[in-house]
Design a protein around this ligand. Structure first.
Ligand SMILES: *Cc1c(COP(=O)(O)O)cnc(C)c1O
Length: 427
């Protein structure tokens, strides 16, 4: 299997090469040259982590055939899928929720970050992991790479726009990670990261490793939970489910589209955005307009111009009609997110994080078909938003509790490329 650029450049790279490059040479994003069909793969039985890891290795094998990482795939999957990813049915009979937040930093990004880190470790990867984050990416990446000898993580986050508990997960890694509060929005952070990767001298000097959701090594393992959940749902309910996915940069959702393309039993994909509505507007008008990022309650989805959009349009050959046949996109404003959190216990018997709440609100707008709502983070990460709306405290999972006691360290910087470049070259 080779990997191609969404922009049509001629390079065909192996999985390891694509993973190590981050962006394609022509500035596009890597995508598999084709999507293997699923054959007779069976759902991962009792859902134990061992079964899930074995399922993952079977599913991902065609994507790594003949790659240097191919022989290590079962081990990589054991390292990445080291926590449960359960689906639970909700009281209305047609809705389930897929909990992706039982990993070390209580958000779905642990899956991709852990797989990528395991791959880099196996490839002998010392270097600097440079990552922009609007919330959960940085923590997941720092946690995953803290297990990789010789790797240091640099995290750029928009100052004042991540929750206090999220910030703890970015700033308490001691020597293995360095955190920067950038005076700007997420797009400003991402712009600095993109320039660093485009700069040959910086790249070489620091041996940069890209860990943003554009990295193919983060995206691919996310196929696993869509594949497993859809097969299990079909077996249990006799019908293929739709997925409602909280979306920002579209890294999580693209994996669902790929799983659909591979033939997994997915009826439909509903994308739930916050007030950043570039993609919902595209679905409505066929025109994609980059918009400035708006701050919302679902801050990890505060992305004005989602970079993985390019993978989505590539998958559909730039055509809107077939995309609309498979999917729809909704925007949920802060008032509706707040309402969904507030009504979570009475309507669904559940406490939602703000991102999941956006998806729940979308599910409430959809008809009486089977839908799996994707829960992307634990509500305890966003207690200042959630607790006042539900009128009680949210229990903190043990992984998060461990982080909260540690000391924070971060530097505040301007979104100034020349100054940041100097730091990269001198530190
Ligand atoms: C990152 C994140 C999202 C958005 O995922 P994308 O892959 O950027 O679309 C949604 N919810 C949470 C909790 C996140 O951390």
């Amino acid at each position: 299997m080779k990997y191609l650029s969404t922009r049509g450049g001629t390079s065909r790279l192996s999985f390891s090469e694509a993973l190590s490059s981050g962006l394609a040479p022509d500035g596009g994003l890597f995508v598999p040259e084709r999507f293997p069909t699923i054959g007779g793969i069976a759902p991962p039985g009792d859902g134990s982590t061992a079964r899930l890891a074995a399922f993952a290795a079977e599913l991902l094998e065609p994507f790594l055939v003949e790659d240097p990482l191919w022989p290590a795939l079962p081990e990589l999957c054991r390292r990445a899928f080291s926590f449960p990813i359960p689906t639970r049915a909700l009281p209305d009979g047609t809705t389930s929720v897929l909990d992706l937040f039982h990993g070390p930093t209580a958000a779905f990004k642990d899956v991709g970050a852990r797989f990528l880190a395991a791959c880099c470790d196996r490839l002998g990867g010392g270097g600097t992991v440079l990552v922009a984050t609007s919330g959960d990416t940085g923590g997941a990446v720092a946690a995953a790479f803290s297990e990789v000898p010789g790797a240091e993580t640099w995290i750029l986050f928009p100052r004042g726009r991540v929750s206090a508990r999220q910030r703890k997960q970015l700033t308490t890694w001691g020597r293995s990670a360095r955190a920067f509060a950038v005076e700007g929005d997420f797009d400003a952070c991402q712009a600095l990261v993109k320039r660093a990767f485009a700069d040959e001298e910086v790249r070489r000097a620091r041996r940069l490793i890209s860990a943003n959701s554009i990295n193919i090594g983060r995206l691919l393992p996310q196929l696993v939970y869509y594949a497993a959940a859809s097969l299990q749902h079909l077996r249990r309910r006799g019908v293929p489910p739709g997925f409602v996915i909280p979306s920002g940069n579209l890294g999580n959702a693209v994996a669902a589209f790929w799983a659909l393309r591979m033939g997994f039993p997915i009826r439909r994909i509903a994308l739930a955005f916050n007030a950043n509505r570039a993609v919902p507007d595209f679905f409505a008008t066929g025109e994609f307009r980059r918009a400035p990022t708006l701050e919302t309650l679902a801050s990890a989805m505060d992305v004005g111009a989602p970079s993985n959009f390019e993978r989505l349009t590539h998958l559909y050959g730039g055509d809107l009609a077939p995309l609309r046949r498979d999917a729809e996109a909704h925007s949920v404003d802060d008032a509706a997110i707040g309402d969904a959190i507030e009504q979570g216990l009475s309507r669904w018997g559940s406490v939602w994080c703000p991102h999941t709440a956006a998806a729940v609100r979308v599910r409430e707008r959809l008809g009486a078909a089977d839908w799996i709502v994707v829960a992307t983070a634990h509500p305890a990460k966003f207690e200042t938003i959630v607790e006042p709306r539900i009128g009680r405290s949210v229990e903190v999972p043990p992984t998060l509790a461990a982080v909260l006691g540690r000391e924070e360290r971060f530097e505040t910087i301007a979104p100034d490329w020349e100054a940041f470049r100097a730091m990269l070259l001198s530190a």
